[in-house]
Ligand binder design. Structure first.
Ligand code: JFZ
Length: 441
């Protein structure tokens, strides 16, 4: 530790990013899928026929909802259309390399047969593990599985927002033990789990439990070496989250990029990071009524390329219905993204920041394996001429349109500046140009 730093027992235990192969693998995913599924999918944003404002997966906390009545939804959890094999195929065809699945959201309902809770799929008419066949189906498609787990648990009577009294602390100690037991159970039941995605860690009670969450993280990593855990699990002993009192990241990647993308690469401070994104504005669980702006596949692909150009992974959320089927909009999006990825995936997988200066037409990415540079073009100028400023000591050896492999006209303007001309015509989705560079001597 540098001498000018604040001494911390439960701050960051590492400076900079992880250097092992599990993390290198995580870094190369490019595109991921998030799935929010639980009891909240049954009401789907409506209560007694009335739409409830806010995120559908938060409906239990609405003033309009009686929590007891919400918990009684368990008697309706019978997703007869749940088909994990079809889910995994849809994810595979979209081009997903990893998936994060809600094992337990804030409502406390467990999608696995937890022996530490009486509020699981085993007490529902379904009576079967949801997680196990999910993990098997996704793994079979070559997709790595990460488990989402909410620390905050509205169902467990020992959960506290704040520790005001001695009895609060006693209850919360039981809660911490329960949390550790559930996590041990998950990693034991699903040994191929690659990482845990924590949430619901922002309350005072948890922020005051920095020593516990630190020990918990180390314990989980010992149990499953290589496990990837983001910066949303723990706080340092001063209550700082994500970055400790010395400004160092606690966790394997920066987990604040939720429904937002850094404007510049400087904002990510060199850390590994991931962006998680919803299709509508702020709905993670199924909401029958998507109000407000709903993103198109082109917008989502643009966000994906934007994230990859800044060295991050992009994760798109899906909220299946209560019966286990996906809504039409999500099925169509997955197909459209998959069609694009099938042609242009090499600009996304194992790709990251390029050495080029950003231009107005879109984003550059660079493959870590082939060293090729890609231009992902969103804003085609009326002239179809794309400005390219080649980095020093390099020159363009070839410029081809991905898909057709068509060689595009290249014109030198002056100095390092060139124009590449895209073929005219209307494009439904962004074009990608592959550049091969060679040294300029
Ligand atoms: C949380 C959940 O409350 C939500 O339901 C969903 O599961 C999402 C993925 O995570 O919501 C958050 C958490 C953190 C921020 C915003 C929403 N944040 O850091 O800006």
């Amino acid at each position: 530790q540098p001498t000018d730093s604040i001494p911390l027992r439960h701050g960051a235990h590492r400076i900079g990013n992880r250097t092992d192969s599990d993390m290198a693998h995580w870094r190369d995913y490019g595109l991921g899928q998030f799935i929010h599924w639980g009891l909240y999918a049954i009401p789907g944003g409506f209560w007694h026929g009335q739409p409830v404002n806010g995120a559908a997966e938060w409906i239990r906390s609405s003033k309009k909802v009686d929590p007891k009545e919400y918990d009684a939804l368990i008697s309706q959890f019978n997703p007869v259309k749940y088909d994990p094999v079809a889910w995994a195929l849809m994810a595979k065809n979209m081009g997903t390399k990893y998936v994060t699945f809600t094992t337990k959201h804030h409502d406390g309902f467990c999608l696995w047969p937890s022996k530490y809770s009486d509020f699981t799929i085993m007490q529902s008419p379904w009576k079967k593990d949801i997680i196990k066949p999910f993990v098997e189906a996704y793994n079979k498609q070559g997709i790595d599985v990460y488990l989402y787990f909410s620390i905050m648990d509205w169902h467990n009577p020992d959960w506290r927002y704040e520790l005001k009294t001695k009895s609060d602390s006693v209850a919360f100690d039981r809660f911490k033990e329960f949390t550790k037991n559930q996590l041990t159970e998950l990693l034991t039941l699903y040994p191929t789990t690659k990482g845990l995605w924590f949430d619901g860690t922002w309350d005072k009670s948890w922020k005051a439990s920095g020593a516990f969450s630190d020990e918990l993280e180390q314990y989980l990593k010992k149990l499953r070496p290589g496990l990837v855990i983001g910066s949303r699990l723990r706080a340092d002993e001063k209550g700082n989250r994500h970055l400790d009192a010395n400004g160092r990241l606690m966790g394997d990647y920066h987990q604040v990029w939720e429904r937002k993308i850094p404007e510049t690469i400087a904002e990510v401070k060199g850390y590994d990071w991931e962006c998680v994104m919803t299709v509508p504005e702020n709905q993670w669980g199924y909401n029958a009524r998507w109000s407000g702006h709903v993103k198109s596949s082109s917008e989502i692909i643009e966000m994906l390329a934007n994230c990859v150009s800044k060295g991050g992974n992009f994760v798109l959320n899906f909220g299946p219905k209560g019966d286990g089927s996906f809504r039409e909009e999500e099925i169509r999006l997955a197909k459209e993204i998959g069609n694009w990825m099938a042609v242009n995936g090499e600009a996304i997988y194992a790709a990251g920041q390029s050495d080029f200066r950003k231009e107005d037409w879109g984003y550059y990415t660079k493959s870590k394996t082939s060293g090729k540079t890609y231009m992902v073009v969103f804003n085609t100028p009326v002239t179809n001429m794309l400005k390219v400023n080649i980095p020093k000591n390099q020159k363009i050896a070839s410029q081809k349109l991905l898909g057709s492999k068509q060689v595009l006209p290249l014109e030198h303007i002056e100095g390092r500046m060139h124009y590449i001309r895209l073929p005219g015509g209307v494009r439904q989705q962004p074009a990608v140009i592959e550049l091969q560079l060679i040294s300029d001597d």
